[in-house]
Design a protein around this ligand. Structure first.
Ligand SMILES: [Ca+2]
Ligand SMILES: [Ca+2]
Length: 104
């Protein structure tokens, strides 16, 4: 297993990471909140993901990735708190937006 790089914890809500290649390699995207329109280098190029959010009661600590902009299309992958996914064939190269949620 290749460990995903840890982000620096700077706020109440921490970061979601996505990479263009499997196992947290290639170009990296890092978001501190929701993003309804991923940058072109990561949109439909995402192949690995990490949820580095802070977990706790009442905190939206799950990350839902969607196939379309503005959380449209369908959910391609959902990351539990702290979850890192080095590759997922069903979600591969399809993400266009994401949002934090209370659960998957
Ligand atoms: Ca890719
Ligand atoms: Ca897509």
């Amino acid at each position: 297993m290749v460990a995903a790089p840890r982000s620096r914890r700077t706020g109440v809500r921490d970061t979601t990471g996505a990479w263009t290649d499997a196992n947290y390699s290639g170009q990296r995207a890092n978001w501190s909140g929701d993003d309804g329109w991923w940058e072109s280098y990561i949109a439909d190029e995402d192949s690995s993901w990490a949820n580095h959010g802070i977990s706790g009661p009442g905190i939206k600590d799950h990350v839902k990735v969607y196939s379309g902009a503005h959380q449209g299309g369908h959910m391609t992958i959902c990351l539990a708190p702290g979850q890192e996914v080095g590759y997922d064939g069903a979600a591969n190269d399809n993400g266009d937006s994401h949002t934090w949620a209370m659960s998957c």
